[in-house]
Design a protein. Structure first.
Length: 280
């Protein structure tokens, strides 16, 4: 991943855009009220980020309310796009956005609920074990496919369904990288063309070298973690309620276990939530 100085500079850029995305999620979440639709929530994310200089996207913002947080009945990609589903008291929601800022990409998922919901709280609490498992096994250089299977096994033990299985190719994560900024930021089916070109290039190079930029349950992910940044999103579902986090995991070629893999930022909302609960 280059020299230490280059790495530190790059990671600072990724960390800043990830923090900006989570700041957006919290700002929009604070404005959600009964009657707001998924489309309105997605638009609020776009407007907030554009007002702060974002002009390009890995993908445009998503919002899912109610049983759509668990991807209930999702069969085709178009069902992921925001709808006129309106938020109601006690209803869970997920905000998901992937802005590009100064050439750096983030992809985040923020789970919340409009008022008290003990089941949703339980899902959020149980996600902590998945964050720990993923980091531990990436440091052990286990094949991505095996780590995926271990995450799914943990979900079953917890009593949940694996809802990232519903994503295209069933991915739990994908690589992100820097992209060239342009004045115009065209997108295709909600995905930025520059970012798609980068992912396609990674897929081409990876195919030659025996790895994939998509972390899935399939054979093409049967390889050790590839150095780079990965947007990771374990997604739990239970009877029409879903919750996930999504954040950047850094993988390096260091032989030191701690430096070989680490979460880019340990001050994100879901991590802070777990810390508060332990301190209580």
């Amino acid at each position: 991943m280059g020299s230490t100085v280059e790495l530190d500079t790059r990671l600072r850029g990724f960390k800043e855009v990830q923090a900006l995305a989570y700041e957006c999620a919290e700002a929009v979440a604070a404005q959600l009220t009964p009657g707001v639709t998924e489309r309105e929530a997605a638009r609020m994310q776009r407007v907030w980020l554009r007002e702060r200089g974002v002009r390009d996207w890995f993908h445009l913002p998503f919002a899912w309310f109610g049983d759509r947080t668990a991807f209930t009945g999702f069969r085709i990609p178009l069902q992921f796009f925001p709808t006129n589903r309106a938020l109601e008291p006690g209803m869970p929601y997920i905000l998901d956005m992937a802005p590009v800022f100064n050439g750096y990409t983030a992809d985040i998922g923020y789970s919340g609920c409009l008022g008290p919901n003990p089941l949703h709280d339980k899902l959020l609490d149980d996600l902590e074990a998945h964050r720990e498992l993923i980091l531990r096994e990436v440091r052990e250089r286990r094949p991505l496919r095996e780590i995926y299977e271990d995450v799914e096994l943990l979900m079953r033990r917890q009593g949940y369904a694996n809802r990232h299985r519903a994503y295209p190719f069933g991915v739990i994560a994908h690589k992100v990288d820097q992209v060239k900024e342009r004045r115009l930021s065209p997108h295709v089916f909600g995905f930025g063309t520059q970012s798609l070109k980068g992912l396609a290039s990674d897929a081409l190079h990876g195919h030659r070298d025996g790895w994939s930029p998509l972390w899935s349950p399939y054979k093409f992910s049967d390889h050790p973690p590839q150095p780079g940044l990965w947007a990771v999103e374990p997604h739990l579902g239970f009877r029409g309620t879903g919750a996930k986090f999504e954040e950047l995991l850094v993988v390096t070629d260091s032989r030191d276990p701690v430096e070989s893999a680490f979460w880019l930022d340990d001050e994100l909302p879901h991590v802070q939530r777990w810390g508060r609960e332990k301190a209580a």
